[in-house]
Write a protein that binds this ligand. Structure first.
Ligand code: B1M
Length: 636
């Protein structure tokens, strides 16, 4: 059986002869080719040549986003209008839309002039990002800044034309031949609203826009929907077999209620229409899926790709297999940190592989790959070892052997531990409710009323608002509340605090302490950092946002300038975690280490790492960061 046949069988839910193995090599390859550290015998090979020489299937899912055939292919990244050799359609802007493009040092700014107004975007892709193996652009200026921008973007999307353009796709598919399956890129978003979330607004601001401009959002969703309908038509008439439909699903970002309301209906529609044409839908599920597991499984999606199990996320591989493999093909299963010697010893790596082969028995609906991709520092021999194990022991059906899956009761379900009851304060109940509901206008009105009636500002703050913020924090921790609720509550609270500020004795607000947080150099992830900042601000800390991709020297310079009580650092990439250690070293060199407490966080960071690099504390989530910050202030 060829790799292609094997993978397609797995996708159809049939039993191939053996487990397919298709490691994603692009990021690893780019970084190592740049630094001259590819394995000796592959110094002059492409990544496809390496995979073929090793007998692995080619991983042909994620387009080579930086390899555009022509400038226009990825010029409009910030609008999510893309076309690559992996696509089966091209696009045409309405002729009356004029564009002004300015390019400076890796930054591309575009102003779109339409008859109903102008909007602008900017994207960044630097040499450093390329060397680091980053494949996506960074959107530096989002198109939606306020409600006036919505109809302008809507105008463009309503009139955008998608035409059939699959010649390059067919050539690419032919080149892959029997060595893999060519996934065509429909889009990185799975629905019009997901498209708006992913491209048009900053990740954190999205939740405010979604709440504040609901009417404009729905109108824009409709306009973007026309684009989606055309995508479905073009893909339906193509020869693609598997379709990349949406990426970065994550139970915090695309939280369950949002996923169900704004994403699932479009997955259903696409799966239904494309399914009738014999095509399979695949999503890039590289995030935390615990809260989305049933929704994804029942959405009609056929393949979940980039599935990253524990220890990188909360869901163990056996749980994925148990809950998904009757309907959904799992493409993934080997968390990338298993290939890193600093995170995983040889023994642990081998133990995981042994566990994996038992956990996914009998092995149907499974394509093994490194999720989400092979990291730059991966031990190549471990990839080879996986390939050998697949050859030696991957014949299907696999035997479960002595493996005992987690009993359902012990397995993680949706996060459901209830938080403590709200302790209502009769006098401040209304303000508590307003903050809990994130009702900015109501809380201001009621704070004014209370002040008018002679209530003390400190009391309103403490008994009314901070108590409600504590509850929201706890609900978030237990999975009863999601990012939008936290952000809206924190915003409501912060707006109301402005009214209280003149009445607060001295600097009552700033007594909690000053915290400065940034995402370290090389790392562009900011959603978690922003959430931590928002919660800290919400409970009364003074906060300074250092932004993303901040070099160690810059962080230390800002510490000297702002003199925070606490410096926080966030990192989401294994490759950027060492930057935290560097910052601590520079703090020491500049004689500032004793003057500031250091806390760290981010998905790959843990307590041990924090201790090893000499930080003062680690927090796993935003409420944890609030507790830690308080503790660090108490210790001062
Ligand atoms: Co990226 N990405 N990504 N990504 N991305 C991860 C992190 C990854 C784990 C996916 C995977 O492998 N399954 C993987 C990293 C693997 C590793 O090194 N360990 C990865 C990769 C490989 C990449 C790229 C290299 C992919 C590429 O280019 N092909 C690239 C790198 C870009 C760069 O940074 N140089 C990249 C890009 C992106 C997007 C731009 C597409 C997007 C980021 C958008 C943005 O931030 N504005 C993105 C996303 C969305 C993710 C996932 C899916 C979700 C991250 C997230 O925001 N979660 C992520 C998968 C995952 O984490 N499992 C993944 C929601 C957020 C609320 O949680 O950030 O964890 P989190 O924050 C939590 C806690 O960690 C904690 O509190 C927060 C709230 O409770 N916390 C702190 C965070 N900071 C803290 C600081 C503290 C205390 C607590 O004290 C100071």
């Amino acid at each position: 059986m060829t790799h292609r046949e094997r993978i397609l069988k797995a996708i159809r839910g049939e039993m191939p002869d053996r487990l397919p193995f298709a490691p994603r090599l692009d990021l690893w390859y780019t970084a190592n080719a740049q630094s001259g550290t590819l394995p000796e015998k592959y110094r002059n090979s492409t990544f496809d040549e390496i995979a073929r020489a090793e007998g692995w299937a080619l991983h042909k899912i994620n387009p080579e986003y930086q390899k555009a055939r022509k400038r226009e292919d990825n010029l409009h990244w910030a609008l999510g209008i893309l076309s690559y050799k992996e696509s089966v359609y091209g696009f045409q802007f309405p002729p009356e839309v004029e564009m002004e493009v300015t390019e400076t040092a890796g930054r591309t700014r575009i102003v779109y002039h339409t008859p109903v107004g102008s909007v602008s975007t900017a994207t960044v892709y630097t040499e450093e990002m390329r060397k680091g193996g980053v494949s996506n652009f960074w959107v530096d200026e989002h198109v939606l800044k306020g409600p006036a921008d919505y109809p302008v973007v809507g105008y463009i999307f309503e009139r955008l034309k998608l035409y059939r353009d699959d010649a390059d796709f067919l050539r690419w598919k032919a080149d892959i031949g029997e060595d893999g399956v060519a996934f065509t890129l429909a889009g990185r978003a799975a629905s019009p609203m997901h498209h708006i979330q992913k491209y048009f607004v900053d990740a954190t601001d999205f939740y405010f826009h979604y709440h504040d401009y609901a009417r404009e959002m729905r109108a824009l969703e409709e306009a973007v929907g026309r684009f989606f309908d055309q995508v479905i038509d073009r893909v339906a008439e193509s020869q693609a077999e598997v379709v990349f439909w949406g990426s970065n699903f994550d139970d915090m970002i695309t939280y369950p209620a949002f996923f169900e309301k704004d994403i699932v209906p479009w997955i259903r529609k696409a799966a239904d229409l494309l399914g009738k044409r014999g095509k399979y839908l695949s999503c890039h599920c590289d995030g935390e899926n615990l809260g989305l597991m049933d929704l994804i499984r029942d959405s009609g999606m056929h393949v979940a790709e980039a599935v990253t199990p524990a220890p990188m996320t909360k869901v163990p591989i056996e749980e994925y297999y148990r809950r998904w493999s009757d309907k959904l093909t799992i493409f993934g299963g080997i968390p990338s940190i298993l290939l890193l010697p600093e995170s995983t010893s040889d023994g642990e790596f081998q133990a995981y592989l042994d566990h994996l082969f038992r956990a996914i028995s009998p092995g149907k609906r499974m394509v093994l790959t490194i999720a989400d991709s092979t990291p730059p520092g991966a031990v190549f021999e471990r990839l080879v070892r996986i390939g050998e194990k697949v050859e030696e022991e991957g014949r299907l059906p696999l035997e479960g052997g002595a493996f005992r899956p987690l009993p359902p009761a012990a397995a993680p379900g949706a996060r459901s531990r209830p938080s403590r009851e709200v302790v209502w304060d009769a006098e401040f109940r209304q303000v508590q409710t307003d903050v809990l509901e994130g009702d900015q206008a109501a809380v201001q009105e009621h704070v004014r009323d209370l002040l008018g009636k002679g209530a003390k500002a400190e009391e309103i703050l403490r008994r009314g608002m901070l108590s409600a913020m504590e509850i929201i924090g706890e609900r978030f921790r237990t999975g009863e509340a999601f990012i939008p609720e936290v952000l809206l509550s924190a915003r409501a609270m912060n707006e109301a605090v402005r009214l209280l500020e003149p009445h607060l004795a001295g600097t009552a607000r700033s007594t909690k302490g000053k915290v400065m947080i940034g995402t370290v150099k090389g790392d562009l992830h900011d959603i978690g950092k922003n959430l931590v900042l928002t919660m800290l601000k919400g409970v009364g800390f003074e906060t300074v946002d250092l932004g993303i991709d901040v070099p160690a020297e810059e962080i230390v310079r800002k510490v000297a300038e702002h003199r925070p009580h606490i410096l926080g650092m966030s990192a989401l990439l294994t490759t950027t975690m060492p930057q935290m250690k560097k910052v601590i070293q520079v703090l020491k060199e500049k004689g500032l280490r004793e003057k500031v407490r250091v806390m760290v966080g981010g998905a790959p960071v843990n307590e041990k790492f924090a201790r090893d690099i000499g930080a003062d504390g680690y927090a796993p989530d935003a409420p944890g960061a609030v507790n830690l910050a308080r503790q660090l202030m108490d210790e001062k």
